[in-house]
Design a protein around this ligand. Structure first.
Ligand code: SF4
Length: 382
């Protein structure tokens, strides 16, 4: 290790899992820093460029406070705001609680301040994220819960939309549902990762609900929030998943008509209880189930998207599909960034990224929507 200007470091989860051993395993590393050590980054860099091999991994109670202004790495019009770190759930397949520690809500004033700054800089869409957004505030006796936090954020006098991601099914409260229905600055969209629906598999996964709870929840969400788009995530090939468990999942997804579904194949994580489970599902079968589920979901999403045909929807412009065309793409409130589809539309007028258009949907596919005309509109047409 010399005094060269190029350094190779490892930063993040693997450092938490392997500890100092990471420097032995990968001797080409100049340094390694864990996920909590925001406050030591300057010292880490100084030591690194003094030619020392540096290792920092700590977990102080102040680690999650905002220590510097937020630097956006996403386009300015759409920003993720992390409202908490860590997780108190104990899903038996997941290393996150071991890596990121117990759930720590970010102070409500810090969340509000971050949103204020982002909105002032031009953010039109604020995506609230955490390992479990619905656990917000439950770790602090006198802090607001998620609905109260959102009300705080909505007191910011500006036009922007809030999108709620990563909710835990059994913690979606009536207060939250009512707020989503009543407040037009909250997207009529909810991300509810369920992972599975079979009671036997849910117990093995360590998820704290049953299929009946999910059915009741989805029924209530659809009844109380007209037009709600639901996103979920499921896992196939979990140890012990038999064909009948998988059929149960297929039937559930078909019946619930989830709008957007992410599917993962179970991947074993060392040091988790599930890693010791017997009855592993062969990779070939897990992959077959994945394809079967995605194929079924394709039909469901295409059928669901037909409800938008002929409707005029506000679309947040994300960009042009290429420089030598007048076709653009953007997203409605029913499509989250990075995980869902787009609306494609032509415009003879040059459109600004991050502006709004109003588009009449004329054709739909399983993932994307098409509009043959879109008119620029002032902010927040709904
Ligand atoms: S899967 Fe999600 S909810 Fe479960 S322990 Fe991991 S981070 Fe927490």
């Amino acid at each position: 290790m010399g005094l060269s200007k190029t350094k190779i470091i490892a930063a993040g989860c693997l450092v938490e899992v392997l500890g100092k051993e990471i420097l032995e395993k990968f001797p080409e590393l100049d340094g390694a820093i864990g996920v909590h050590s925001y406050g030591q980054i300057a010292q880490f860099m100084d030591n690194l460029f003094e030619g020392k091999q540096v290792f920092i991994k700590n977990r102080s109670s102040e680690e999650y406070q905002s220590i510097a202004p937020r630097i956006l790495t996403t386009p300015v019009y759409s920003a993720n705001v992390k409202i908490a770190d860590g997780c108190n759930n104990r899903c038996n397949y997941c290393m996150i609680p071991a890596i990121r520690g117990p759930y720590r809500s970010k102070a409500p004033e810090a969340v509000k301040g971050e949103v204020e700054a982002l909105v002032a800089a031009g953010a039109k869409e604020i995506n609230l994220i955490a390992q479990d957004t619905t656990a917000y505030g439950l770790d602090q006796s006198d802090w607001p819960d998620l609905p109260a936090l959102i009300k705080e954020i909505l007191s910011i006098p500006a036009n922007f939309k809030i999108r709620i991601m990563y909710t835990y099914p059994s913690r979606i409260t009536d207060d939250l549902i009512d707020l989503i229905r009543e407040e037009n600055r909250i997207c009529k969209y909810l991300d509810v990762p369920i992972q599975h629906c079979s009671d036997e598999i849910l117990v093995k996964m360590g998820r704290l609900y049953k299929q009946n709870d999910l059915e009741n929840l989805f029924r209530k969400l659809r009844q109380k929030i007209p037009g709600l788009a639901l996103r979920s995530t499921v896992m196939v090939g979990f140890p012990g998943e038999k064909r009948h468990h998988f059929n149960d999942l297929l039937n559930f997804i078909t019946k619930q008509k989830i709008d957007n579904l992410g599917t993962f194949i179970y991947s074993e994580q060392e040091q988790t209880p599930a890693a010791d489970y017997k009855q592993k599902v062969p990779a070939r079968i897990a992959s077959k189930r994945y394809k079967e589920l995605m194929l079924r979901q394709k039909e469901i999403s295409r059928a669901n998207n037909k409800k938008y045909l002929g409707h005029r929807l506000p679309v947040l412009v994300e960009g042009k599909i290429s420089n030598n065309t007048d076709w653009y793409y953007g997203r409605t409130e029913y499509q989250a960034p990075e995980v869902d589809g787009f609306v494609y539309f032509p415009s003879s007028r040059e459109l600004k990224v991050g502006s709004w258009v109003s588009a009449v949907i004329t054709a739909v596919g399983p993932y994307n929507l098409l509009a043959l005309r879109a008119n620029p509109v002032d902010f927040m047409p709904r």
